[in-house]
Design a protein around this ligand. Structure first.
Ligand code: GTQ
Length: 359
């Protein structure tokens, strides 16, 4: 480095300026991508959740969750550059108060029965494998009416929304008292009153290709799906019906959960998918500009990410950062393996930033 380089660097640094020639590699070589591929095993995570359930009150954290913190993240609550993944535990009788926020959010149920999320007046009960979507701007509160803890995985687009400087949470929920006239003052409530029939989402949207024309398909202040619950029995049956098709060379029999009113992804930013890797199936490697969070729902296998090999079984979770080549394999020649995944593909496509290629 010449004296001139040195003095320019010092003069610039004092003014919070930097010459591109100092950092051209990081600008033109992928930017600020520090996120790592990483796996979190259920055998490690579950005991922590159970202990958190015993010793951390719901009030203390608002939501009692443990976050999957990427080892390359600057902000400890970021699982990838755009996704936040956490696990929640609700003890019998617990209720988490209502709020809404600009990030899109979701639950995928792992363990226990009797859990529910009430979204825009619909009480969505939960069983293992159910996907519950709370598109941004929808009021939601949670609880557990069962007699054992309920555990689920949450995925939010919080890091993406934070990077846009647009993450806002609201807690001041109000509704009209029962029987009040429309001119009455709404009153503040900690939980929503259920105002929709049980299984509203499934009754209204449960047959693909048929949508009632006499109902509104915008629910809450949201552009996401009006179908809030996707039942595991339906998902599993759909995977099974397609098992003899060739499927994707990169992902096997893979399905995307869609908004039944317009066929798009269920949120404006995140795509939710589920894939069946048939016994002995090994996929080819590809890479995408999107990042993805996975959770194994059934069976066991491996995912190779660059030079790392993740071995997964039920409830293990892993993340694949942007542009990392990856391929999956079902580890069994007798049993199915099923992966649930969430990516930021819709956000990237809307911004014209999505690319994918074989690797
Ligand atoms: O359960 O509503 O992990 O709003 C982060 C934000 C869970 C929730 C999280 C949330 C929730």
């Amino acid at each position: 480095m010449t004296d001139f380089h040195q003095s320019l660097r010092e003069r610039s640094a004092k003014l919070n300026l930097v010459g591109l020639w100092e950092i051209v590699q990081s600008v033109e070589g992928g930017g600020a991508q520090s996120f790592k591929p990483h796996i979190w095993h259920w055998r490690d995570l579950r005991p922590l959740l159970i202990d958190a359930g015993k010793h951390i009150s719901l009030e203390e954290a608002d939501r009692r969750v443990i976050i999957l913190s990427n080892p390359g993240a600057v902000h400890r609550h970021h699982s990838t550059n755009t996704l936040y993944v956490s696990c929640s535990i609700y003890n019998p009788g617990e209720k988490a108060s209502v709020h809404r926020h600009t990030p899109n959010a979701s639950r995928f149920v792992l363990e226990g029965s009797g859990g529910y999320t009430t979204i825009e007046g619909e009480k969505c009960t939960m069983s293992r494998g159910d996907l519950i979507v709370t598109p941004n701007g929808t009021w939601h509160d949670h609880g557990n009416e069962g007699d054992a803890p309920v555990l689920w995985v949450d995925v939010l687009d919080l890091p993406l929304v934070e990077n846009f400087g647009s993450s806002y949470f609201e807690f001041d929920y109000r509704e009209l008292p029962a029987g009040a006239s429309n001119s009455a003052e709404p009153i503040a409530r900690k939980y929503q009153t259920v105002s929709r029939p049980d299984e509203y989402s499934r009754d209204v949207y449960g047959v693909g290709g048929l949508v009632p024309t006499f109902l509104e398909h915008v629910r809450g202040r949201s552009r996401g799906t009006p179908m809030f619950v996707y039942r595991w029995t339906d998902t599993h049956a759909a995977l099974n019906r397609l098992r003899d098709y060739a499927g994707s060379p990169y992902d096997g029999i893979i399905l995307e959960y869609t908004n039944p009113a317009n066929g798009e992804a269920v949120t404006t930013t995140m795509s939710f998918q589920v894939q069946l890797l048939r016994p002995g199936e090994r996929t080819q490697a590809h890479r995408q500009t999107s990042s993805t969070a996975y959770c194994c729902i059934e069976g066991s296998g491996t995912t190779t990410v660059g030079d790392r090999v993740f071995e997964w079984g039920p409830n293990d979770m892993f993340v694949i950062p942007s542009w990392a080549p990856h391929a999956h394999a079902n580890g069994s020649t007798a049993k199915d393996a099923i992966l649930y995944s969430v990516s930021d593909i819709p956000a990237l496509k809307r911004l014209g930033l999505y690319r994918e290629e074989p690797a």
